[in-house]
Design a protein. Structure first.
Length: 393
């Protein structure tokens, strides 16, 4: 996300980027390969004793605060030398972690940020202990973050705050942000959309369901598996491809065996993004039962590939997918979503023309809402606001 925003902003403006030192080789290689111009990268990192905290996510919050302090000092020095018109904090993109760049006397944009989305309580009993601990940890992080004075300063100093979802927008308003716009973090480049769009609607068997992402408890793949098992009982010439890897894989493999569908479920394991998209194009649709994605790329990528999407009517996917591009299932309780996801699979399996219409509509929606290069008007408006802000300070 950060790289895409930098690429796009540099088409219109001179851009200075503060990022971590350990990213230098990757950044410079990518900048050279893409012919990036009008961008100056400034590398900053904490000393080794502080970076040690971040390994394996140990002390990551303390690390982040210290890095923010150092980055602010770097940005303040650069502002004295360069004179910025606008400052934009892109990542980390959660609303309950502050950005000290808000303290600069410059028009400040925060986001897109998410993180207010949460798993409905009725689903938590289906998680293992590690999943339950993770959800409680998120609850605590939100509770503490919303009471952090630096987070409130960030919210109040933001000339414009960008929220990934409506629920995060509401939290930002409560924290003191005056102007909050809902904007997806997902923006595909104009070069890759036509490549994704080459995939044609599949008509030949087997009917193939695809899910893409890290195999985490909150991604809801266990519900997807149960729904597929119900669907597979009525449509045995079908397969379920799980494209990705993660800590839940062993649990999911055992579940597939227990449900009696292990021979029809393929776990592809770790894949590159290009490999994942290629495999998705070999599927008939995307099944994305995530419980609290704030944004995510999977649904727009599937739509760009002309694949209808079945998702839960929650968080980011609920704003990305429309009735013309897929089926959104209410999330009331585990048994209900398994039934409704299975029904949605059967509906699309029986109607290839509906899949084709939804696929076409998805491509049109991506072209109108998720193309990086079409954000020029947004940046132009922000630049005018920034110049007006500077003239009045």
């Amino acid at each position: 996300m950060g790289w895409n925003w930098v690429r796009h902003a540099s088409r219109f403006h001179e851009v200075w980027v503060i990022t971590r030192t350990n990213l230098r080789s990757q950044v410079e290689q990518a900048a050279a390969a893409s012919g990036l111009q009008h961008v100056t990268f400034v590398y900053f990192d904490l000393p080794p004793w502080a970076r040690f905290w971040k390994r394996g996510q140990r002390g990551v919050r303390s690390y982040y605060y210290l890095w923010q302090l150092g980055a602010f000092l770097v940005a303040r020095r650069l502002h004295r030398e360069v004179g910025f018109d606008l400052v934009h904090h892109i990542t980390i993109g959660v609303y309950w972690m502050p950005s000290l760049l808000a303290l600069l006397p410059v028009f400040f944009i925060w986001g897109p940020v998410g993180g207010a989305e949460r798993t409905p309580r009725s689903f938590e009993r289906s998680f293992g202990l590690s999943g339950w601990v993770y959800e409680r940890g998120r609850d605590i992080a939100r509770f503490v973050g919303e009471r952090d004075p630096l987070v409130r300063i960030t919210a109040r100093h933001a000339a414009v705050a960008l929220a990934k979802t409506e629920v995060t927008r509401q939290r930002l308003r409560q924290l003191g942000s005056s102007i909050v716009l809902v904007m997806s973090e997902t923006l595909l480049s104009a070069e890759e959309v036509p490549v994704l769009g080459r995939a044609s609607t599949r008509y030949a068997p087997p009917f193939r369901v695809g899910s893409v992402g890290r195999l985490l408890h909150w991604k809801g793949f266990a519900f997807g598996l149960r729904a597929f098992a119900r669907f597979h009982a009525e449509c045995p010439d079908s397969e379920y491809w799980m494209i990705g890897d993660g800590p839940e894989r062993g649990r999911l493999e055992k579940l597939a065996k227990r449900l009696g569908v292990e021979k029809s479920v393929v776990f592809w394991g770790p894949t590159t993004r290009s490999e994942a998209l290629a495999k998705l194009s070999e599927c008939d649709l995307l099944l994305h039962p995530s419980l609290h994605d704030s944004g995510g790329w999977t649904c727009p990528e599937a739509m760009a590939a002309g694949r209808p999407v079945i998702c839960l009517d929650l968080a980011g996917p609920a704003t990305q997918v429309t009735p013309d591009t897929g089926i959104k299932v209410p999330a009331l309780c585990p048994d209900q979503i398994v039934r409704d996801l299975s029904t949605a699979l059967m509906c699309l399996a029986r109607d290839p023309d509906l899949r084709a219409r939804m696929g076409w509509s998805g491509q049109q929606r991506v072209g109108g809402h998720f193309i990086l290069e079409r954000q020029g008007d947004f940046w132009t408006e922000l630049r005018h606001r920034a110049l007006a802000f500077r003239a009045n300070t």
